[in-house]
Design a protein around this ligand. Structure first.
Ligand code: TYM
Length: 337
């Protein structure tokens, strides 16, 4: 039977893709394309301008994300893969949603508050309305399921609020309420290797705090071997410190369950040696990321193929987006004659 639910997600082309992006999001895109008939995966290039305005960097970053999508297993025959900037209906919906987005609620979004706090960039209107553009990305296909990592939870809440407010204001149950999705499991947050409890992030000042999908085996191994731990458990079954809990989480992502169990046991009886523990994580990380990295490099060179993929995806996304906008224009009264 056809699965009518609509799946959508995207990645912003700022900086390099890291293991958190892969494990928290892209890996799920790949799984979802197998069981959902309507999947849309895009590159949020307009979003990149909220924080980065380097015209020479963008094309290369966009191609890299596209190559990463494909290297991780996204299949253009199973999902529409496209660029945000190829779909003019997205900024059109964004404009209309901005009319029902309140300054107060936008200012309360934690990611906006963080950006202000770290003071690294100017606070532009695009940054404030980032969640509105993200809601437009989601609602343009009337999507229900949005595979994302834990850091996007608040943005999804904003998208739900805007969908509900639109329905309420214009008198119809037009938009479904989109939900963050991770196969009935909690949304994922991969920790920074710094052990400070923060997430692995593209914008971290220290590149050693993240495993990037284009790191060589040697670089990945070095980063993990140098990751912050602690001085080791001194009492059986003691609670794990933040950095060590983060390393165990990482191990759970890349290693076999019995390997994790073995190290949990060693931690609990205080016989764990972090050197071996990290070496095991590094080995398994290399096994998981290495083949994807090699494929990214190969695909990135095939610009003709990359261009074809987004051209096909654009056609599918345009058709769906225009269908939604016809409904939106009718509901808001933009139909005069
Ligand atoms: P972006 O580009 O920051 O991240 C892409 C995806 O990776 C996830 N992610 C993580 N997951 C687990 N652990 C981490 N440390 C980690 N870091 C990042 C993110 O949750 C995300 O799923 N706003 C979005 C892009 C976007 C979007 C959308 C997503 C624009 N419009 C519509 C979904 C639907 C972003 O900046 O993701």
């Amino acid at each position: 039977m056809e699965n009518k639910e609509i799946v959508l997600s995207g990645v912003r082309p700022t900086g390099k893709i890291h293991f958190g992006n892969y494990y928290g999001a892209i890996r799920n895109f790949v799984k979802m394309q197998e069981s959902f008939d309507h999947c849309f995966f895009f590159i949020a290039d307009y979003h990149s301008f909220t924080t980065q305005k380097d015209a020479t960097l963008l094309p290369q970053q966009v191609r890299r994300i596209l190559a990463t999508y494909l290297a991780c297993g996204l299949d253009p025959n199973k999902a529409a893969i496209y660029l945000q900037s190829d779909i003019p209906q997205i900024p059109e919906l964004y404009l209309l949603l901005n009319m029902i987005s309140y300054k107060g609620e936008l200012e309360k979004v934690p990611t906006f508050k963080e950006k202000i706090r770290d003071g690294k960039q100017s606070v532009n209107a695009g940054l404030l309305t980032y969640p509105t553009l993200m809601a437009a990305d989601i609602l343009i296909h009337r999507s229900n399921k949005v595979p994302v990592g834990k850091d996007q939870q608040q943005h999804l809440e904003m998208a739900r609020n805007l969908a509900g407010r639109f329905n309420h204001t214009f008198g119809d149950e037009f938009f479904p309420e989109p939900q963050a999705f991770n196969f009935n499991a909690e949304l994922i947050k991969i920790m920074s290797l710094s052990g400070d409890g923060g997430k692995m992030s593209k914008s971290d000042d220290n590149p050693n705090n993240a495993i990037f999908m284009d790191d060589t085996d040697k670089v990945m191994t070095k980063k993990i071997m140098k990751a912050t731990a602690d001085s080791g458990p001194t009492e059986p079954n003691s609670e794990k410190s933040v950095p060590v809990a983060g390393l165990f989480e990482l191990m759970r992502c890349v290693s076999a369950p019995e390997v994790v169990e073995e190290y949990e046991k060693k931690y609990n009886d205080c016989s764990i040696q972090y050197g071996y523990f990290k070496k095991q994580i590094a080995e398994d990380m290399v096994k998981m990321v290495g083949p994807i990295r090699d494929k990214i490099e190969e695909l990135e060179k095939d610009t003709e193929y990359l261009a074809k993929v987004v051209k096909d995806g654009k056609e599918q996304a345009l058709e769906s987006a225009e269908k939604t906008m016809q409904g939106v224009r009718r509901l808001v009264g933009l139909n005069y004659f």
